[in-house]
Design a protein around this ligand. Structure first.
Ligand code: FES
Ligand SMILES: [Fe+2]
Length: 433
């Protein structure tokens, strides 16, 4: 047989995800396979992060001046958020259009343009190619072909949309309108926080040994918070006995969870925590009460508010702390959580100091996120190697329709996440597609 006779177009291998569907229409079960399967992870990068969504990129306050830039990560793609020299916020992939080197190597900075160190292709602050060494060759030798057009070799751009100082980006050619994507519940609660110009206070980066979706499940589940975070319950920062709400976006992927401080009684708390191995202690006190001194920024009594936007954004207010968190997947079994703390430009020095003191509660070295990271690591650890059909059980708050609740003893927002996820990934059962 000659080489030319060998058929080269063998049938394409079957997609390992063909036929994979969610086991229940109301998303009360989640197959553990979605946290460990490499083919699913690759599909997520394509269909979710590079699909028809708005990813959270940064705060406008992080790129305050012409030329200011910040490097971030969307799905598994490195991205630069840049305020160009005309003052517009832009975003582009941080991968040289020549042979792929990382162009911007600093985390933050200010520059009129960016040069790739490998062969010195030069890009402006919008990511457009503006200079190429040896373009016409040297001494009549080499150079690019005559039809080489720099305008066709800029850095790949994302679509950008701004809302109240938040910067979102999309890889889709025709993404949905941003406010329609967010939905009324999300917009209403972003409006509550983003009322005036922001001041960036600092950053935390947290590496978590768990799949990125385990974190998104966690942030949408208010019922774990009063149990896992004993400190929060003990000192009344958050308890499931407090008045609160869980609110969803139309597709279910975004959520608002909040609680109103001082709306429960000692008796109701003691009763609620019966059977929880003495999680709630009535006789504890802080040696440094300043840590929890709360001087409300708003007048609605909300002490704990979490807004989560699929697929990568969390905004929180916990007492006087505010932060955005960007979820950065690092493969099936790891992720980074990137925290940006902020206050307001017109904060007095004492208020800024109070925010800085209080944020020690919430980051990876505080009580809250350290505990969440460990809880979801424990999940990842025990499901690796699990049978492909095993699932979690998500029925707190009931089965059936995925709708808002006027309490926080529910996993309905977690079911909402899985609804939007399964639809975006092509995994929804027919009845729920
Ligand atoms: S890879 Fe960037 S200039 Fe060659
Ligand atoms: Fe938590």
């Amino acid at each position: 047989m000659k080489l030319a006779d060998i058929p080269v177009h063998a049938a394409a291998p079957a997609d390992p995800l063909d036929g994979f569907r969610w086991p229940t229409d109301d998303f009360t079960r989640t197959p553990y396979r979605v946290f460990t399967d490499e083919a699913i992870y690759q599909r997520e990068m394509e269909r979710i992060f590079r699909g028809p969504v708005w990813n959270y990129l940064a705060l406008e306050a992080e790129v305050p001046e012409p030329g200011s830039y910040k490097t971030v990560q969307i799905g598994n793609v490195p991205v630069v958020v840049s305020r160009n020299m005309q003052g517009e916020v832009t975003a582009f992939v941080n991968r040289c259009a020549h042979r792929g080197a990382t162009v911007v190597r600093q985390e933050f900075g200010r520059a009129e343009g960016h040069a790739c160190i490998y062969h010195q292709w030069n890009y402006d602050s919008s990511g457009d190619l503006c200079g190429v060494p040896y373009r016409r060759g040297l001494n009549g030798c080499g150079g690019y072909p005559k039809d080489f057009k720099p305008a066709e070799h800029g850095l790949q751009k994302l679509r950008v949309a701004l809302y109240k100082g938040l910067v979102f980006g999309s890889f889709a050619d025709e993404p949905p309108e941003l406010l329609a994507y967010l939905g009324t519940n999300i917009v209403t609660h972003l409006d509550r926080i983003f009322v005036k110009p922001l001041k960036v206070l600092g950053y935390h980066r947290q590496r978590i040994s768990a799949n990125w979706k385990l974190y998104f499940e966690n942030i949408k589940d208010p019922y774990h918070a009063g149990l896992l975070h004993t400190f929060m319950a003990t000192f009344g920062v958050y308890r499931s006995t407090q008045k609160g709400h869980t609110l969803l976006s139309p597709g279910g992927g975004h959520a608002v969870v909040y609680s109103v401080t001082n709306t429960d009684s000692v008796e109701s708390v003691v009763e609620a925590y019966q059977g929880t191995d003495n999680k709630y202690q009535t006789d504890f006190a802080l040696q440094e009460p300043g840590l929890l001194q709360w001087s409300p920024d708003f007048h609605d009594g909300i002490g704990n508010l979490i807004v989560s936007v699929f697929p990568n954004m969390v905004v929180h207010q916990i007492l006087n702390t505010f932060a955005t968190r960007q979820v950065r997947p690092l493969g099936t079994g790891a992720m980074e959580l990137y925290w940006t703390y902020f206050g307001f430009e017109d904060d007095a020095a004492e208020r800024t100091a109070a925010r800085l003191q209080q944020l020690n509660l919430v980051g990876p070295a505080g009580y809250i996120s350290m505990e969440d990271g460990e809880a979801i690591r424990l999940v990842q650890q025990s499901i690796t190697g699990e049978s492909r059909d095993a699932t979690s059980f998500i029925e707190m708050g009931g089965r059936g329709p995925i709708v808002d609740a006027d309490h926080v003893v529910t996993e309905v927002c977690t079911r909402g996440l899985w609804q939007q996820y399964a639809r975006t990934m092509g995994f929804a059962p027919e009845a729920a597609a």
